[in-house]
Design a protein around this ligand. Structure first.
Ligand code: SIN
Ligand code: MN
Length: 205
């Protein structure tokens, strides 16, 4: 399934496996995400202050990441009720290939970026044990990804993430601030209506 050897690039301590997923593998992942979304529809999260996030989201796994007027958290239930679907086995194969970790993820967060969507700099810090990495798959349009250090306001570096790239935040970069400044909307024809799917795997416990 994986199109090249596993030699990642380093960006501020994050590992980027450029083009790890070839076109067929990307389509396998998109179909897996479609099955997740059919069970657990995308929703538009709001922050505690009532601001709508520009991405739409859903999750698979034991817990999902949600945000609403009560704040953000991992929750065992979808906002509309019901448990989350399992993380698809094809997706778990990617985790096994790059995470260097025997423990499987228990959350797969799906972010859908439509035209104009972005994500501000943040840390992934709601999990119980930061020795486990975060693995993030990019599907569809190119995204300008920014990563800094573990302190807010520190120096950052940016790179374009393309469809099929897999990024790992582990070790010293596990708590690095990161975000997505913008998309090149329409740059990929993987998704019929364009946009970008980001699927992030985490051990929450
Ligand atoms: C995230 O940090 O949750 C998403 C990052 C990305 O979309 O690449
Ligand atoms: Mn994140």
């Amino acid at each position: 399934m994986f199109s090249q050897d596993l030699a990642p690039l380093d960006l501020n301590g994050a590992k980027i496996f450029k083009g790890l997923l070839d076109r067929d593998a990307q389509l396998v992942m998109v179909n897996a995400v479609r099955r997740v979304v059919a069970d657990a529809p995308l929703f538009h999260p709001v922050t505690a202050s009532g601001k709508k996030m520009s991405v739409r989201m859903t999750s698979c796994g034991r817990v999902g990441w949600v945000s609403d007027r009560r704040g953000y958290r991992y929750d065992a239930l979808h906002p509309a009720g019901g448990v989350w679907p399992d993380i698809p086995p094809e997706v778990l194969d990617v985790w096994r290939a790059v995470s260097g970790c025997d423990v499987p993820p228990d959350c797969g967060l799906v972010n859908y970026y439509g035209e104009g969507a972005k994500m501000g700099l943040h840390q992934d810090s709601d999990e119980g044990d930061f020795s486990f990495p975060v693995v993030s798959l990019s599907l569809g349009d190119d995204a300008l990804f920014r990563i800094g250090s573990t302190t807010r306001g520190g120096k950052t570096q940016s790179t374009w993430l393309n469809s099929g790239d897999v990024l790992v935040l582990g070790g010293a970069a596990r708590l690095a601030f990161h975000g997505v400044d913008r998309l090149r909307f329409g740059s990929s024809d993987l998704l019929p209506h364009h946009g970008r799917i980001n699927l992030t795997l985490r051990v929450v416990r």
